[in-house]
Design a protein around this ligand. Structure first.
Ligand code: NA7
Length: 565
C-alpha cells in the first residue's frame, strides 16, 4: 500500500533494460507514481557505459530485446546476428521514446544511500545532487556487471600514460593510433576488445592471467528474409526463450557425449564450431554436468587454438586452460586467436610471470618491463552483489546490506533480502541472472515484482520482506543447484566472487534454470507469497513461521535440468 505523503510510490535505480521496463510496468500498468534515478546522462545501463572497441552482445540480436510488446518487436530491425554496443544503445533509446519513459527518469543523478524508516514504512533515498526522496517501494535495477573491478596493482597512480577500464570508456572513444597498448584481462570483454584494439594500435601486449576458451561468434549481417521470418514467428521465439534453461534461442540437445561415436562427436563439434556462438555448449546435454563429457569439448577447443595460433609459445600460453569449458562464462569472439598471429601483438603469461608493479612508463612483471602509452583494464566486475552494495542501503533496525551479506548474499528468490522491507532486487544474487540471457530474466523479475506490488495494494499490505527461514532454504537450494553442475568447480570464477579480494566465496547466481525458477516464483505468488513476512496498514504482521509450504519446482530433482550455462 503506497503512502500518499511519500514523494513517490516507487523509485527504481538504473535505466538499463531492467529499470526501463520496471518503470513502464509500474507507471503505465499499475498507475503508480514511479521514477528512475540514473547516474548516466542517457538510458542504456551496461550498454551506456561499456563503449570499448569491439563491445558486442554474445546473445543473438533477435533474442536480446524486450518481448513483452509485439509492437516493439515488430518496429525494430536488427542489422547483425550479434548486436554491437551502439546498436543496442540505439534500440534502448528507441524503446525509451516509444514508451515515453524519459520524462520519469532523473539522469546524471547517482544514489548515494537509502535508509528504511520502519515506523513510516518508507525508504528515504539520498542522491549526489543533494536530494532525499521518500518512496514506498525501492527497486534496484542496477545490473549485475556495473561495479568495475580495477585491480589494486602497485604504482598505477605513477603511470604517465592513459588508462581506462572497459566499462567506463570515454564517450568519444580512444585513439590508439601510434600507441603501445597493454591490455590486462582475457574474459569476454578482453576477448572482444583485443582484435579491435590491434586494428589501430602500433603495438598491443595482452596480459593473460587465466587462459580462456572461446568459440567463433560467426557474426554476419542479417537480411530482409531473416527479419521477415522472425516477425512472422514472434510467438515461437517468445516460447523458446521462456522455455530454455538459460533463456537463449536454442535448446540443449537431447543426447550425451557417450551416446555417439568418436567420429560422430567430432562431426558435431566441427559443425557447431562452423555455426559459431554460445550454442556450441548445447550440442550435448552433459557438457555442463559431467567432467569426462566436458573434456571432449575442452580438448576440441584447445586443439582449435593450437591450429589457429602459429607461434607455438603463444599457442601454449593460450591453450593452457585449467578449467572445464563453460564452467566460467564462455566467451565468443571475432578473430581473437587469429589476432595473436599479428607481429604487432604480444602475449604475456601472468601465471608464469606475474605483474610486480605499474611504473611511470609501463608494466613490470617478474621477468620484463613493457613500455606502454595506454593500459586497458578488461578486468571485469565485482559482479551481482557489487552494484547493490554500492548503493549504501540501510534496512530495518539499522542493519546495512553490507552487514547482512558479510558472509555472502542472502535472499529469498534473489528478489528480497530479510531485514530490507519493500526493497526488490532485479536479477539479484540467488536468481538466474548472469547464467541466462539477461532480458529474459529481467522481464520475468519485473513482471513478478509488479504483480507482487499489485497484490500488496489490493491487500492493504504496507510492508513486505523475505523471511529468514525462507532465505535460508533458498540459499541451500541455490547451492544444491550449483553443485549439480561443474560451475562451482572453478576456484577462480567470478560466479563465486573469487575475482575480488576479500569477497565471500559463495556461488552467487541460481543455476537451476529459468523455467524451474519461473515456476517457483509463480507458485509463491499463487500461494499468497509464503516465505515473505508482511505488515498490513493496521500494523498486523504475518510470517511463514513453520517453514515453506511445498513449492512447485523446489523439490523436482535438479539433474532433470542440466545447465548449458
Ligand atoms: P571477466 O570475465 O571477469 O574477465 C576479467 C579478466 O580480467 C579475466 O581474464 C581475469 O583473470 C582478469 N583479471 C582480473 N583481475 C586481474 C588482475 N589483478 N591481474 C590480471 N588479470 C586480472 O570480465 P569481463 O568484463 O571480461 O566479462 C564479464 C561479463 O561481461 C561476461 O561474462 C559477459 O557476461 C559480459 P582471471 O580469469 O580472474 O584469472
Amino acid at each position: 500500500m503506497a503512502r500518499r505523503d511519500a514523494d513517490f510510490d516507487a523509485l527504481i535505480v538504473g535505466a538499463g533494460f531492467a529499470g526501463m521496463y520496471q518503470l513502464h510496468a509500474l507507471r503505465d500498468r499499475l498507475g503508480l507514481r514511479a521514477q528512475v534515478i540514473e547516474a548516466g546522462s542517457g538510458v542504456g545501463g551496461t550498454w551506456y557505459w561499456n563503449r570499448y572497441p569491439g563491445a558486442r552482445c554474445d546473445t543473438e540480436s533477435h533474442a536480446y530485446c524486450y518481448y513483452f510488446s509485439d509492437a516493439l518487436l515488430e518496429e525494430w530491425e536488427w542489422s547483425e546476428r550479434y548486436p554491437a554496443q551502439p546498436e543496442i544503445l540505439r534500440y534502448l533509446n528507441f524503446a525509451a521514446d516509444r514508451l515515453d519513459l524519459r520524462r520519469d527518469i532523473r539522469f546524471d543523478t547517482r544514489v548515494t544511500g537509502a535508509r528504511y524508516d520502519t515506523e513510516a514504512n518508507l525508504w528515504h533515498v539520498e542522491t549526489d545532487t543533494g536530494e532525499t526522496l521518500s518512496t514506498t517501494w525501492l527497486i534496484a535495477a542496477v545490473g549485475c556487471l556495473s561495479a568495475a573491478n580495477i585491480p589494486d596493482i602497485p604504482g598505477l597512480e605513477r603511470f604517465e600514460g592513459a588508462w581506462y577500464h572497459t566499462s567506463d570508456w570515454p564517450e568519444g572513444g580512444v585513439d590508439f593510433t601510434g600507441k603501445r597498448v597493454g591490455q590486462i584481462g582475457t574474459g569476454s570483454t578482453g576477448i572482444q576488445t583485443a582484435p579491435a584494439i590491434a586494428e589501430t594500435a602500433a603495438h598491443l601486449t595482452v596480459f593473460q592471467r587465466t587462459a580462456n576458451y572461446s568459440v567463433p561468434a560467426r557474426n554476419r549481417p542479417l537480411d530482409e528474409d531473416f527479419t521477415q521470418a522472425f516477425r512472422e514467428n514472434i510467438p515461437h521465439y517468445r516460447d523458446l526463450l521462456r522455455s530454455t534453461p538459460n533463456g537463449h534461442p536454442f535448446r540443449l540437445a537431447d543426447r550425451k557425449v557417450a551416446d555417439v561415436t568418436e567420429e560422430e562427436r567430432r562431426k558435431i563439434y566441427e559443425e557447431a564450431w562452423a555455426k559459431g556462438g554460445l550454442q556450441f555448449r548445447a550440442v550435448f546435454k552433459d557438457l555442463g554436468v559431467d567432467r569426462e563429457a566436458n573434456a571432449t569439448a575442452s580438448d576440441f577447443i584447445k586443439a582449435k587454438i593450437r591450429e589457429t595460433v602459429t607461434d607455438p609459445r603463444k599457442a601454449n600460453i593460450l591453450a593452457n586452460i585449467d578449467h572445464p569449458y563453460g564452467a566460467k562464462r564462455p566467451p565468443i569472439d571475432t578473430h581473437y586467436f587469429e589476432t595473436f598471429n599479428r607481429a604487432d601483438v604480444d602475449l604475456v603469461d601472468l601465471r608464469a610471470t606475474p605483474i610486480v608493479e605499474i611504473t611511470a612508463t609501463g608494466i613490470r612483471t617478474t621477468e620484463a618491463t613493457y613500455d606502454l602509452d595506454v593500459i586497458v583494464f578488461a578486468t571485469g566486475f565485482d559482479a551481482i552483489t557489487g552494484p547493490l552494495l554500492k548503493l549504501n542501503i540501510t534496512g530495518a533496525g539499522g542493519l546495512t546490506l553490507a552487514e547482512a551479506w558479510q558472509a555472502g548474499p542472502r535472499s529469498f528468490l534473489g528478489l528480497q533480502v530479510p531485514g530490507f522491507p519493500n526493497l526488490f532486487t532485479i536479477t539479484g544474487p540467488g536468481s538466474p541472472s548472469v547464467l541466462t540471457n539477461m532480458p529474459v530474466a529481467i522481464e520475468q523479475h519485473v513482471e513478478w515484482i509488479a504483480g507482487c506490488i499489485a497484490w500488496m495494494r489490493e491487500n492493504a499490505i504496507a510492508a513486505m520482506e523475505a523471511d529468514e527461514d525462507a532465505a535460508e532454504a533458498w540459499g541451500r537450494h541455490v547451492n544444491d543447484a550449483a553443485n549439480a553442475t561443474l560451475l562451482p568447480t572453478v576456484p577462480h570464477s567470478w560466479y563465486l566472487g573469487a575475482n575480488i579480494p576479500g569477497k565471500p566465496r559463495v556461488f552467487i547466481p541460481y543455476a537451476g534454470g529459468l523455467p524451474r525458477y519461473r515456476a517457483i516464483c509463480e507458485d509463491v505468488a499463487a500461494q499468497g507469497y509464503p516465505g515473505f513476512r508482511t505488515k498490513d496498514t493496521a500494523g498486523k504482521t504475518r510470517a511463514t513461521s513453520n517453514g515453506l509450504p511445498p513449492i512447485r519446482g523446489f523439490t523436482a530433482p535438479l539433474e532433470a535440468e542440466p545447465q548449458a550455462v
